[in-house]
Every structure is written in C-alpha cells, then in structure tokens.
Design a protein around this ligand. Structure first.
Ligand code: HEM
Length: 480
C-alpha cells in the first residue's frame, strides 16, 4: 500500500473541497517572469493535509506547458512532460478530431484556450466557504497579480447548484475514484492505484508514469524529492498531476425539449414522468442519483449516493435496466469490458481508464430549486450555463482522451452501431460516421431514438500541470 505524501500534494487533487462551495478560476498570462516567480513564492497554496471543516478557503495553482517555459523552466525539461500536455488540448488537428471538437465546439470558436485566444500560462483556483471569503481572496489575489506582472486573461466564476446537481437536473459527483492508500472508504471497484492520479507512485500497470527527472546540478538547492524509481535523480513530477479543463456549455431547454418530443404519446400529450424516465436512461442514474441498475423503475432517495454496483455482475448484461449507451455506463463501464465481461479481469482493465473529477457548474440554474418539475415549467431561461469540467490523471491520452474518444464518442461502443454518448458525445464527428442515436435496450423490442442534437458544446479548454508543493517551490526559485 503506497504512503502518499499528502503535505506535498495540492489539496484539490485529493479532495473536492465539498465545504468550499464558492470558487473562481483565473486564467493568467505571465508578462513579467521575475514578478511571477516572486508572486509564486508568496502564494499560500493549500496542500492535502487538512481535516474536513478545518479550512474556510483554499488556493491551488496549475500551469500550461508554455507557462512553465515562461516561468523559466529550460526547454529540455519542458520536453520531458507528456506530449499531450505539451501540445495542448487544442494543439493539433488530430487531437481536435479525437475529442470531437468540431462545429460549434471547434477551438477556433472557443472563448479561451483556442488558436484565436491569448494563451493562458497559469490557472489560479480560488475556493471559499462563502461568498464573503471568496471575494476577499479574489480581491487580494487580483491586487497582487497586477503588481506582479501577471495579466488576467479570463475570470471563470462557478455556481454550486442545490442538491449537488448539474444543470440538466441530475445529481453529480456521486461516483468517485478513490486513491489507493488514501481514500479508505471507497468500494474496491473504485479503489485505484495512486499512480493513476498522482505522479511518482505506481500506476495500474505497476509502473511509474514518465515525468521529468533532473540531474543534481539541475536542482542545486535540492528542493525536489528524489525519484522513487531513480533515487539519484530529482523528481519534478512527483506529487503532481495533469489537469484537464474543458468549459462545457449545456443547453438545458434543448435537452428537455428532446425528451419531450421523444416521449410524446399518440394522442399528442406529454407527461413529465415519461420525460424524466427518458432522461434518466440517457444519464444512467435518476435525478436524485439512484443508479438505474439498482432501481430501474423509479428514483429512490435511499440510493442517491450509491456507487457500489456492476453491470454484468448486477444482472444487467444486456442493458435492460441501464442502457449500454448511458452516460455513466460509457464513462465507466465497470465490468463490461473485454476480455471476459463480468470478470475481475474486466474490472482491472477499466481501472486503467479512470479520472478524478473536480468540476464545478457555472451560470444561473434554469430553476432555483433544481427540481425537474420546476425546470420543465420554465419557458425561457436566458444566459449561458454549463460545467467547468475538470479532471485529474497522470496519462491524459490513456485516461481522459480515451474516455472521450473511445467510449463517449464511439458509435460502436460495446456492440452499439451508431450511438454516441447522449450527454457528452460528439455526434459522430471524431469517428467519421453518423451517430446521434440512443438505443434503449428492452425485451422484446428495443427503442431507438435518432437525430439527437448536441446538448453540450465546448467553449474553452486547456491541459495543465498541477505541481506538488516542493515542485512549486522549485519553479518559483528558477534562475534562468
Ligand atoms: C456537461 C457535460 C457533462 C454532464 C452534464 C455530466 C453529468 C454527469 C452525471 C449526472 C453523472 C452521474 C453522477 C455521478 O456519478 O457523479 C456523471 C458521471 C460521470 N461522468 Fe459526466 N457529465 C458531463 C461530461 C463528462 C465528460 C466530458 C466526461 C469524461 C470525458 C465525464 C465523465 C464522467 C464519469 C467518469 C462519471 C462517473 C461514472 C461512474 O463512475 O459511474 N462526464 N456525469
């Protein structure tokens, strides 16, 4: 069992700050590298050693690869970070295609992080227990940033919705990947090797994921920890992680209109219960969080936080309870994967493609209560809303990109033919074949819903590196 150096790991990687529900993210450009390093030295970054309820604010910080270079990290060291990180989320046509970032979601149209935007160097994440604490933190930081030669490119505010919901009206943040050696109360299916999320520990293959290792003379002050696998080298990656950030806007009206159109009865009437059933089939959980696999007929408040289930092993091999193409079944197929679905081996394969989600909603909710009945009753809800999707992983290509490309966007996922993820799929653009179908398996006859539009569009994004605390000190002390 690994012992995690929690005091050297930034807090947001280990915990979602459920007590700090007010958050703002600042995208910054480094105009003056010397000023930025001085600012970084004084930044009070929250580490992972704190008890629930003990803190009322937190600061965490991450960098793009151009940000690391701008801080003064030599090119030969930047080059040792992973290719995906260095190229960036919108860096190549290949990656855009893979992620399905086309049409309205194409990086050329993004608000930040795209080829037509100023490239961010730093992502500063500010969290507070209430609005008052957050605004004090924000004002302090904004004053210091200006004085330190950091330009504010974009301020991304967030909004924690009632009952822990996302904007379509479903409870979010239920399923959590737990880190082996740290999160002791996650079920075994969700307990994942530390090295899948934190660099410098063994990953799901029993190996150390590649990261920049330095010779002694590159770290003369010995600020960095020794590499566990190469003790004569200093580890710049250790206790750090890669962070994927995608601003995803959600068209709530279109989502529920679609469910209404698809469930209209022959006599022309529509019934909220039918719409909610349809939407829950698309998600794989009921609005209150209960998994369809465990409660196929109705929502069940007692199961709102339940995460201890399989698909084959819970008697739903054919998707009769939770459709094969539902969002949660695609994004974590649990025991549905080849070889040998339903086996321990299948679960082990799935554990190579997990992420830790730390996103926050943004924008005003369509209905303040977040009850579906109230959401359905609203005629017009102007303004943009969505999810600042954030996840952590140590191998962006094998984890986040694999989930998006091979599971969410894939029309042929698990025996399907022209379906993609109803919530976060790209409607076929990445695989060059038509998608946008959603199949609800049933006995004797399945239902196929076709022509599904996109309900979620990408508005911005970036790949960041979230360093460990000692690595931050190293970066702040660079003397190029
Ligand atoms: C606006 C877009 C999205 C919305 C509204 C959304 C919503 C949800 C909801 C309601 C759940 C079920 C609650 C839970 O288990 O926490 C969920 C689970 C999940 N989502 Fe998303 N999601 C979105 C985008 C994404 C993307 C882009 C990915 C990955 C590329 C993703 C990966 C996951 C994963 C891994 C789970 C947990 C599945 C499990 O372990 O059972 N989601 N999402």
């Amino acid at each position: 069992m690994p012992v995690l150096q929690v005091e050297d790991i930034q807090g947001i990687l280990l915990y979602g700050y459920g007590d700090l529900r007010h958050a703002t993210f600042l995208l910054l450009g480094i105009a003056d590298p010397l000023g930025a390093r001085t600012w970084l030295r004084t930044l009070n970054v929250q580490n992972g050693r704190f008890k629930r309820g003990e803190i009322d604010r937190a600061i965490n910080v991450a960098f793009t690869s151009s940000g690391l270079a701008r801080l003064g990290l030599p090119d030969e060291l930047v080059a040792e970070f992973s290719t995906e990180f260095r190229e960036g989320v919108a860096g190549t046509k290949h990656r855009q295609r893979l992620l399905g970032d086309s049409g309205e979601s194409s990086p050329e149209r993004w608000r930040w992080g795209g080829p037509n935007n100023q490239q961010p160097h730093v992502l500063l994440m500010l969290y507070g227990r209430d609005d008052g604490v957050l605004s004090v933190l924000l004002n302090e930081q904004r004053a210091q940033l200006t004085a330190s030669g950091l330009e504010l490119i974009e301020q991304l505010d967030t909004n924690w919705l009632p009952h822990d919901k996302e904007h379509f009206g479903f409870r979010d943040g239920v399923s959590r990947a737990g880190i082996e050696g740290l999160h002791s109360n996650t079920p075994p299916i969700d307990t994942i090797a530390a090295g899948e999320f934190v660099l410098g520990y063994l990953n799901a293959y029993g190996q150390y994921t590649q990261r920049p290792l330095l010779r002694d003379e590159q770290d003369p002050a010995r600020l960095l920890p020794p590499a566990p696998d190469e003790p004569d080298q200093r580890d710049l990656g250790m206790n750090g992680s890669y962070m994927v950030f995608r601003q995803l806007s959600q068209d709530v009206a279109r989502f529920w209109q679609f469910c209404e159109d698809q469930t209209r009865r022959r006599d022309g009437t529509t019934h909220p219960a039918d719409q909610i059933r349809m939407a829950s089939k698309m998600v794989g959980r009921w609005p209150g969080g209960a998994p369809l696999v465990k409660s196929p007929a109705t929502d069940d408040p007692a199961l709102g936080s339940d995460n201890d289930f399989l698909y084959h092993g819970s008697g739903d091999k054919h998707g009769l309870k939770c459709p094969i193409g539902a969002h949660i079944r695609r994004s974590n197929p649990r025991d549905s994967l080849e070889p040998d679905p339903g086996s321990e081996r299948s679960i082990e394969v799935g554990k190579r493609h997990r992420i830790i989600r730390r996103g926050r909603a943004y924008g005003a909710p369509v209905a303040a209560s977040m009850d579906i009945a109230d959401i359905l009753a609203v005629e017009d809800a102007p303004g943009e809303r969505g999810l600042h999707f954030i996840c952590f992983n140590t191998h962006i290509n094998r984890q986040f990109e694999f989930i998006q490309h091979t599971w969410l966007n894939n029309p042929g996922f698990d025996g399907l033919y022209d379906d993609d993820d109803p919530i976060a799929g790209d409607r076929g653009s990445s695989h060059g074949k038509p998608a946008g179908t959603f199949t609800i398996q049933a006995d004797p006859v399945r239902t196929r819903v076709t022509g599904m539009p996109r309900f979620v569009e990408v508005r911005g994004g970036g790949y960041f590196f979230l360093p460990g605390i000692r690595a931050l000190r190293y970066l702040a002390s660079l003397q190029p």
